[in-house]
Design a protein around this ligand. Structure first.
Ligand SMILES: *[C@@H]1O[C@H](CO)[C@@H](O)[C@H](O)[C@H]1NC(C)=O
Ligand SMILES: *[C@@H]1O[C@H](CO)[C@@H](O)[C@H](O)[C@H]1NC(C)=O
Length: 350
């Protein structure tokens, strides 16, 4: 290839990138028409932001008679914002999780309610129960220690405060199968050390980081949610298939999110013993961290649809009971929103 051809290719490549960059910019920009629409919609707020993992959990809400859709729908930045109300509370429905940032940046939001289904790591709760944790953490930020080092060795970047050994570790050698316990085993994968996230609160000093591992849900929301403990939940999928226990709403200590679908009994048991987590899933910690950063009240309601690997050996129960769990999560969310005071603090746009 001669240099002329090469130059032409580079030129076309640059042009292509420029074209795409401009398109991307145009599709994400708030046009003045959209801004007017948003101002009008915000005037009908403040809203509760309902953050939902999938259509699987959205659809039972859309179909529930307690939800009244409004005519407003905004498609923006590749995401859809649906508007409606539950009782006299205006709500905005979005999919999780980082869209929560857009939700809070653009709309008049008084609080965030995140709901859906989850795996259950807590042996004292059952499939079909709805768990409302007090704290959430993201459990897949790790420092992965090199082979040969142990708990007394500092981690890379530990000394300048990036990483810590305070939260604890998982050692792969502790999970050898078919060996008697009590001995220590080596494994080249050594240990992973759990790490808190970095957050930059909206009311903090810009770019001055704080660390957050267990993010508390809003205190008032949690108190209100305790009134749902006697709510009657569905126990049957159809006339013949029912849960073996009566499902209930449970206030629990902790939930955990990770970029992992957990279907593994050993890891389930480990994180329960180490962190006392009940629901395990993939979104709540992101929602919690965004709300923490923005100082917006939030709560998470998760119906337990499977045992995260702790159930019978032949299948993951999510296949059978997930629809029931999704319906129950919607039921609890609706009752929770009905309990919120209708007069909420006035929103002051930035
Ligand atoms: C342990 O060893 C036995 C006998 O070799 C085998 O049948 C069983 O599947 C093994 N269990 C695990 C967890 O590897
Ligand atoms: C009820 O649901 C179970 C599990 O999906 C299914 O196996 C069974 O055939 C269903 N029974 C009826 C009566 O629809």
């Amino acid at each position: 290839m001669g240099w002329r051809v090469l130059c032409l290719c580079m030129f076309l490549g640059a042009l292509f990138m420029l074209f795409n960059a401009q398109n991307a910019f145009v599709s994400c920009a708030l046009t003045s028409q959209l801004q007017e629409e948003i101002t009008r919609i915000n005037g009908e707020g403040p809203y509760i932001g309902l953050v939902i993992p999938n259509s699987f959990e959205l659809n039972p809400l859309l179909q529930n008679p307690a939800y009244t859709p409004s005519e407003n729908i905004i498609d923006f930045a590749g995401r859809r914002f649906r508007f409606g109300s539950i009782g006299d509370k205006p709500v905005i429905l979005i999919y999780a999780a980082i869209t929560t940032q857009l939700l809070l940046s653009i709309f008049n939001i008084e609080g965030v309610v995140h709901y859906g289904i989850a795996g259950n790591a807590n042996p004292s709760l059952n499939i079909g129960d709805v768990a409302i944790p007090q704290f959430w953490a993201h459990l897949t930020l790790w420092s992965w220690q090199r082979y040969g080092e142990g708990p007394s060795n500092t981690l890379p970047l530990e000394q300048n405060g990036d990483y810590t050994r305070n939260v604890g570790y998982l050692k792969f050698g502790d999970f050898m199968s078919n060996v008697s316990w009590g001995d220590s085993f080596d494994n080249l994968l050594n240990r992973i050390w759990y790490q808190p996230e970095e957050v930059f609160p909206v009311d903090g000093i810009p770019e001055q980081r704080q660390h957050a591992l267990w993010v508390p849900v809003d205190y008032n929301y949690y108190q209100i949610a305790t009134r749902l403990k006697k709510l009657k939940l569905d126990a049957c999928i159809n006339s013949t298939t029912c849960l073996s226990t009566t499902p209930k709403v449970e206030m629990v200590e902790r939930g955990a999110s990770a970029s992992i679908y957990i279907d593994n009994a050993a890891y389930r048991s480990f994180i329960y013993k180490k962190f006392h987590v009940t629901p395990v899933e993939m979104e709540s910690a992101s929602v919690a961290l965004i709300c923490l950063q923005q100082r917006v009240p939030f709560i998470v309601i998760r119906a337990l649809s499977d045992l995260a690997g702790g159930g019978s050996s032949d299948s993951n129960e999510a296949d059978i009971f997930a629809p029931l769990a999704a319906t129950n999560s919607v039921k609890v969310v609706i009752e929770f929103i009905k309990l919120l005071p209708s007069k909420s603090p006035k929103w002051s746009p930035m």
